[in-house]
Design a protein around this ligand. Structure first.
Ligand SMILES: Nc1nc2c(ncn2[C@@H]2O[C@H](COP(=O)(O)OP(=O)(O)O)[C@@H](O)[C@H]2O)c(=O)[nH]1
Ligand SMILES: [Mg+2]
Length: 331
């Protein structure tokens, strides 16, 4: 087994296999992941992260593919390198779409300037944003100027992409009810750029107008940015240049206003705090599950014999419990 340091060296030399193995390491957790990220830190932070989110089937993968082809300019010398992180939805309905993704992406597999990684939604203990964050860091350290992230935006998951991306592109389709779904899923608030994809279908213009209307009613985003709405047909490539231009405009505006640096520094701080929090909470849960004294207390709480609030404070004030917790943390 190659050492983490030699894998990082290999990755910096441009070895794809070393990068792939490092990604596998950081997808898991533990000391090797920490070492890999620490060694990569000096080379990171140079890539631009674009997140694509929206309902399943709206054309995110097709758009990511078209954007990649555009960025790569047919693999020309000096074209920006691209890393793609596609989060495989665990839903059984998307199996076919994933196969589609694979076929579509095949043209890029042969391009050494493109690295594609698919991930399951399970993630490590930390969950998807944390794993994606670490993978994106590695991709950037390996010299990818762009990292494109695809996640399904339904329920709460769409918020994930915001924690990772510099620019969030929300991809919608002109189907009836899409607007309501979008509002319900909280996608209105997180979009930096809206794409109404499948503009070859009925209702695209109407949806675009609806979005623009409700954006005018809402508050402008940070740095006075108003999310533009772009009509596209990812499958034919129509409108993809306009999507790229909208992303570039958002980037420019954020760089100018200082918002980009604010976003990134907030992201770094929250990554730190979340990791500490998760480790502490995980070891606490392990302790409670295995400690006889604490188990007995939990049972009294379950039976309603002990008040949960005062029990919590009692545990926090008990140095012998805290010592056992610290011992777990150190394991
Ligand atoms: N009619 C139409 N279909 C499209 C367009 N873009 C993508 N599709 C199709 O929509 C389906 C779902 O696309 P996909 O990119 O896998 O969606 P994802 O689930 O959001 O990643 C595929 O069959 C695509 O070929 C478009 O502009 N017009
Ligand atoms: Mg997809």
């Amino acid at each position: 087994m190659a050492s983490v340091a030699s894998l990082v060296e290999g990755m910096l030399r441009g070895e794809t296999l070393a990068l792939a193995r490092l990604i596998t390491l950081v997808e898991r957790e533990g000391p090797e992941a920490a070492e890999a990220l620490r060694l990569c830190a000096p080379y990171g932070g140079k890539g631009y992260r674009i997140g694509f989110t929206g309902p399943p089937g709206s054309g995110k993968s097709t758009l990511v593919d078209a954007m990649t082809a555009r960025l790569r300019q047919g693999g020309k010398e000096g074209a920006p390198r691209v890393g793609i992180v596609a989060v495989d939805p665990s839903s059984p309905f998307t199996g076919g779409a994933l196969l589609g993704d694979r076929i579509r992406m095949e043209q890029h597999y042969a391009d050494p300037g493109v690295f594609i990684r698919s991930m399951g939604t399970r993630g490590g203990h930390g969950g998807l944003p944390d794993v994606t964050q670490r993978v994106a860091t590695l991709l950037e350290a390996s010299g990818k100027e762009y990292v494109l992230l695809e996640t399904v935006g339904v329920g709460q998951t769409e918020l994930d992409v915001m924690e990772v991306a510099d620019t969030v592109v929300v991809v919608l389709v002109p189907e009836a009810g899409d607007m309501i779904q979008t509002m319900k899923a909280g996608l209105m608030e997180i979009a930096d750029v809206f794409v109404v994809n499948k503009a070859d279908r009925e209702g695209a213009e109407r949806l675009a107008k609806e979005i623009e209307g409700s954006l005018r009613l809402g508050h402008p985003r940070e740095g006075n940015w108003m999310a533009p709405v772009v009509l596209a047909q990812a499958r034919t490539g129509a409108g993809v240049a306009e999507v790229a231009a909208a992303v570039a405009a958002h980037r420019g505006a954020m760089e100018e206003s200082g918002e980009l640096e604010r976003r990134r520094s907030k992201r770094r701080t929250s990554q730190f705090l979340k990791t500490v929090e998760q480790r502490m909470s995980r070891s606490l849960h392990e302790l409670i599950a295995s400690d006889g004294e604490l188990q007995a207390m939990v049972e009294r709480i379950q039976r309603g014999e002990t008040d949960p609030y005062s029990a919590a404070l009692q545990v926090l004030g008990d140095t012998s419990v805290l010592r056992r917790w610290i011992a777990r943390l150190e394991e």
